[in-house]
Design a protein. Structure first.
Lengths: 114, 117
């Protein structure tokens, strides 16, 4: 079974600082990987996805993530945090090919301080 | 881009009544829709997967008779919480997969906050 682990349920950064949210996956074959953002009382918005093309994936709002097979990681980064980035972030995995389900990590709450 | 409309956004109901939540794909055909439940400060728990025109597939531990799912068309899936109880209070989110995007295109609704009193 596939799974993702998000290290750190809470991350706090200063405005303008680097954002690094960690995600490691477990899968016997390379999966598809996703990062989603959730604002309070809202659904999930896709930030970016890895679907076995380029290993460095650029998403919306200045976020990017790099797929590292050797480390089974798909960490999310943003060079400079903005107050509006404060939200819950979820890493998710799905199987390549015919699989349907997204399996989510436990989420990381990002706090951005002045 | 793909948009999924979920309705209502908030609902309060009395214990013992039923509540229906709708999930519509507005500009694409969704062969598959997913229903999730999210507890406070927790991740999303997949409840069931529904395919248009067939019965939903429920995850282990989810009561089929309690959470009725209907996916009658390529653009609409509904979740009915029957005989709701306070422990059913939660945030429910639907997701639709765009048939045109294969395994890439999951679009989420904005969620429904259900409170059972």
């Amino acid at each position: 079974a596939q799974s993702v682990t998000q290290l750190g349920s809470h991350v706090s950064v200063s405005e303008g600082a680097l954002v690094l949210l960690r995600c490691n996956y477990s899968s016997s074959v390379p999966p598809y990987l996703f990062w989603y953002v959730q604002y309070p009382n809202q659904g999930l918005q896709l930030l970016l996805k890895y679907t076995s093309a380029a290993t460095l994936v650029k998403g919306i709002n200045g976020f990017e993530a790099e797929f590292k097979k050797s480390e089974t990681s798909f960490h999310l980064t943003k060079p400079s945090a903005h107050m509006s980035d404060a939200a819950e972030y979820f890493c998710a995995v799905s199987p390549q090919g015919g699989g349907n389900k997204l399996t989510f990590g436990t989420g990381t709450q990002l706090k951005v301080e002045l | 881009g793909a948009v999924v409309s979920q309705h209502p956004s908030r609902v309060i109901c009395k214990s013992g009544t039923s509540v229906k939540i709708e999930c519509r794909s507005l500009d694409f055909q969704a062969t598959t829709m997913f229903w999730y439940r999210q507890f406070p400060k927790k991740s999303l728990m997949l409840m069931a997967t529904s395919n248009e025109g067939s019965k939903a597939t429920y995850e282990q531990g989810v009561e089929k008779d309690k959470f009725l799912i209907n996916h009658a068309s390529l653009t609409l899936s509904t979740l009915t919480v029957t005989s709701a109880h306070p422990e059913d209070s939660s945030f429910y989110i639907c997701s639709a997969r765009d048939r045109g995007q294969g395994n890439y295109g999951y679009t989420f609704g904005s969620g429904t906050r259900l409170t059972v009193v």
